[in-house]
Design a protein around this ligand. Structure first.
Ligand code: FE2
Ligand code: FE2
Length: 381
């Protein structure tokens, strides 16, 4: 390969153009509260120099243009300044509002743990790591589901840069969100199937509780008064609400299937199911699963079980599922009670706002209760 073949890369893309106009740290989107910033600022001069001295050869970057994964090349400076981004990489940055930064570190600064930033920089001059790094980064905003990205960084050219490491690196992003989500859902599905073997509630009941909870969470999201309710929250509750009674797996069948009312001792055992459920779900990576299993029988006024939690000490997810679960229980016909109609069920819940249920949630529930009726009608046993 002769020198002439190594044409300098033309940074004529809109996105890359904007790198030239970014001058201050603020524009790089970094917060002021870290000493790393000074380092980054000082480093600016160095990476400008490196950027001029090295450009990835166009014959190579052309081959990256059509690659089906996001790929970038960065220099060896502390800020890992972009020398090249393929179209998918640019799209990725835009999708998560990470664009218009001239360096990888600036792009991910507000999104990832600072230890990730440090580890990446460390690797750029650490021969023991092979000048490479591989790890997960989580990218999250209120209006998008968390993306789980595996970031790979490998040396691109070995020639030593200013900091005693390679002069350039290539970055490859692998989106493992769907894969991870599937794994987590399969885990829940398996547990649910096992618990439904024993529970006297039907599979339709847990499906409906999932849907009610999802719709109520969406209403809270649109309302805006509940900052904790973001896209992830809605997604999680839409399949974890079903786990509320998973702990019944540990309750004896004699109690679960007893036709008449339970005596004192039997009730005592029955009231263990939230704790058993929390135990079963304790290693599940999404904490909400455990919250729901543990606290779906707590009451707003502190008279529930197992821990007499009250008001906002009860996790929001559990307060939502409580309304969903009770609504469905009211509507269902049981050996000891008739199935109440929609109107009666809604007014029973409204009557218990502030005693059994979170009054603010009941307010939202009453306004969107038609959704509950629709979900019950279209998923009848
Ligand atoms: Fe329960
Ligand atoms: Fe239930």
């Amino acid at each position: 390969m002769s020198e002439e073949d190594l044409e300098p890369l033309e940074l004529d893309d809109e996105n890359l153009d904007s790198f030239e106009t970014i001058e201050t740290v603020e524009e790089l989107g970094l917060s002021e509260d870290s000493g790393l910033l000074e380092e980054l600022e000082e480093d600016g001069a160095e990476c400008e120099a490196l950027g001029e001295a090295f450009n990835p050869p166009s014959w190579l970057t052309t081959s990256y243009e059509k690659m089906p994964e996001p790929i970038a090349i960065v220099d060896g400076s502390l800020s890992l300044t972009y020398l090249y981004q393929n179209p998918l990489f640019r799209k990725f940055l835009e999708r998560y509002s990470l664009g218009a930064h001239r360096s990888l570190i600036a792009s991910i600064w507000n999104q990832v743990d600072k230890s990730v930033v440090e580890a990446l920089r460390q690797a750029t001059h650490d021969p023991d790591s092979g000048f490479s790094w591989k790890g997960e980064i989580h990218i999250k905003t209120r209006d998008t589901l968390t993306a789980l990205i595996k970031l790979h960084m490998y040396p691109f050219i070995e020639e030593s840069g200013g900091r005693g490491g390679p002069r350039a690196f290539w970055i490859y992003l692998e989106d493992i969100t769907a894969e991870r989500q599937q794994l987590q859902r399969d885990y829940i599905d398996a547990l649910l199937k096992a618990s439904l073997q024993k529970d006297n509630d039907t599979g339709k009941h847990v499906t409906r509780v999932n849907r009610y909870s999802q719709h109520l969470a969406e209403a809270l999201y649109n309302d805006g008064r509940w900052p904790r309710v973001d896209r992830d929250f809605i997604e999680d509750i839409s399949y974890l609400a079903a786990m509320h009674d998973v702990g019944k797996i540990g309750i004896s069948e004699a109690i679960l299937y007893k036709p008449g009312p339970l005596n004192e001792q039997e009730w005592k055992e029955m009231r263990e199911h939230p704790i058993i459920g929390a135990l079963i779900l304790s290693s599940y990576p999404i904490k909400m699963a455990q919250e729901i299993a543990k606290s779906h029988h707590e009451k707003w006024n502190g008279s529930g079980y197992p821990y007499n939690l009250s008001e906002t000490n009860i996790p929001l997810s559990a307060r939502i599922v409580t309304i969903a679960d009770v609504y469905d229980a009211l509507r269902m016909r049981r050996s000891y009670k008739p199935g109440f109609d929609h109107k009666v069920s809604v007014s029973r819940i409204a009557d218990d706002a502030g005693t059994h249920f979170d009054p603010d949630l009941v307010g939202v529930f009453v306004a969107m209760a038609e959704d509950f009726r629709r979900i019950f009608d279209s998923n009848e046993d």
